[in-house]
Design a protein around this ligand. Structure first.
Ligand code: ADP
Length: 503
């Protein structure tokens, strides 16, 4: 039910209840007054009759008394008059009703004895009557009593009629009030509230140009409408300001990105120029020598050509790595037993490690199984091992570990490959740069500065990550995190069994 309808009904109901209570009180008062008037009338009749009867008793005209009470019957307002003698027995009665109907002789005797008038309410044939029993005084003694009975049902009938009239009037007034209150509410409360509601819905939808009609200057609803419009103004201003700011920020970001891209291209170009400059210069020098000395010995020519070939190979390697950094990868994912991969890699670097005086230690947990592209991860591990060996020119040890369940990210478990060495370590100021393309601390011809950026790219393509740190005891440690294969546990169990069978 709408608010205005509810308020109108409540208001009308309250007024109705107040009206009903007031009516009941009025009716009660009216009934009291009517009864009092009836009582007064009976009293005055009784008084008149008593005077006349006392006169008849004094003069001994008892027949006149009987005639008098008979004539009183002609008054329709009197139901009956009963005359009692000094003993309280019925001496005369104005109507033909049986004397038994009046069973109040005791009251008559009581009145004769005390000399005090009493009132009795009677119900005869379903009708209400008021009886007044009054003593009749003789010269020296009480000679009897009289009872006058008057109907008072008219009071009840009158009140019943009044109640019906008032009920009809109340219902009519109730509906009129309801109508008036509804109309007043509709125009003064419901309509403004509906308009405010529409405004709130429109603003909620994002239409900040919507304004509520302000119908009057005074009143809380008018003020509410004004405040609503002011709020919409402020919101519209804030939105415009936010849009402006967002646009400015976007433009700034675009500019920043552009300059970052330019910087990246610049540093890449510088890196390419630096890395390729040296071999190209060598090639140029050796080619010039060949051209300028056509008569050079076969041995000299052979040496120059070999150097040219070596430098061309170096350029090819750089170009390949550059391509690795930029090309999109299509991963051939499979469950890769990391311990197997480590053993394969160790076979390739064993000779190089031996030559550099590096001892290789392995700690391989067979349950470390990654969901990975076998060839690419092999490439990464090879690169990390070569870097480690190169970092230990005086020899040392290279430790490779496989760790299952080494970390979690977004609810997924990761296995890890850890490559640690006892080399020179990474200078703290270089830690943030070692993954930047062409960053290298190695001598010309030794490194391209592309190994770690390419490795990181490959690992990130797998959804993993790589961490580099220095060991407290000296040397560097690289940890590669790769998504763990879902069925790694079973595979690991199977693997151990298979290995046992081969052995
Ligand atoms: P490159 O090996 O061609 O220099 P990388 O990208 O592989 O290129 O490595 C970048 C740099 O990171 C290296 O030049 C070196 O300074 C540092 N680095 C990598 N691995 C190690 C390591 N095991 N110990 C110390 N420094 C390392």
């Amino acid at each position: 039910m709408k608010l205005s309808a509810r308020l109108a009904l409540l208001l009308t109901l309250s007024v109705g209840v107040v009206m009903a209570v007031a009516t009941l009180i009025t009716l009660h008062q009216r009934e009291g007054r009517l009864r009092e008037a009836a009582r007064e009338e009976v009293r005055s009749h009784a008084m008149t009759l008593r005077i006349a009867l006392e006169e008849d008793y004094l003069t001994g005209r008892m027949l006149d008394a009987q005639r008098l009470i008979n004539r009183l019957r002609e008054n329709t307002g009197v139901y009956s008059v009963v005359l009692f003698d000094a003993a309280g027995e019925i001496a005369g009665i104005s109507n033909t009703l049986a004397p038994e109907e009046f069973k109040y002789r005791n009251e008559a005797r009581q009145v004769i004895a005390s000399g005090k008038t009493i009132e009795i309410g009677r119900s005869i044939g379903g009708e209400d009557y008021l009886s007044l029993v009054m003593p009749i005084e003789g010269e020296s003694r009480r000679v009897g009593a009289l009872e006058i009975v008057q109907p008072i049902s008219f009071v009840k009938k009158h009140i019943a009629r009044a109640r019906t009239d008032i009920a009809v009037t109340t219902v009519l007034v109730f509906f009129m009030i309801l109508l008036v209150v509804t109309v007043v509410m509709r125009y003064n409360l419901a309509r403004p509230i509906e308009e405010l509601l529409e405004g709130a819905v429109a603003v909620g939808r994002g239409d900040l140009n919507y304004r509520v009609i302000v119908r009057s200057r005074a009143g809380e609803l008018a003020r509410l409408a004004q405040e609503f419009n002011r709020m919409a103004d402020r919101l519209a201003e804030q939105r415009a300001a936010a849009a402006r700011e967002a646009e400015e920020r976007l433009a700034l970001e675009r500019k920043l990105r552009q300059s970052e891209q330019l910087a990246a291209v610049g540093s890449l170009a510088a890196g390419v120029a630096h890395e390729m400059g040296a071999p190209l210069q060598v090639i140029d020098g050796r080619a010039k020598q060949l051209l300028n000395h056509p008569d050079a010995t076969t041995e000299t020519r052979q040496r120059n050509l070999t150097i040219i070939r070596q430098q061309a190979e170096r350029i090819t390697r750089i170009v390949r790595q550059l391509l690795d950094l930029a090309r999109p990868y299509t991963l051939k994912l499979q469950s890769v037993q990391l311990p197997h991969l480590v053993r394969e890699t160790v076979e390739l670097i064993e000779t190089q490690a031996e030559g550099a005086g590096v001892k290789i230690e392995l700690s391989l947990d067979s349950s470390a199984v990654a969901q990975a592209d076998r060839q690419l991860i092999h490439h990464v591990l090879l690169n990390l091992c070569r870097n480690a060996i190169q970092a230990m020119p005086q020899g040392g040890w290279l430790r490779i570990e496989c760790l299952p369940g080494a970390g979690t990210k977004e609810g997924r478990r990761f296995a890890a490959l850890r490559v640690a060495d006892t080399g020179e370590g990474i200078a703290p100021e270089h830690l943030s740069q070692i993954f930047v393309p062409f960053f290298t601390t190695k001598e010309v011809g030794q490194g391209t500065g592309l190994g770690l950026p390419v490795s990181r790219r490959i690992i990130e393509e797998h959804g993993g990550w790589i961490e580099a740190a220095n060991r407290a005891e000296g040397g560097a440690v690289f940890t590669v995190y790769l998504p763990q294969a879902r069925d790694s546990a079973e595979k690991a169990a199977g693997q151990t069994l298979a290995e046992g069978a081969i052995a």
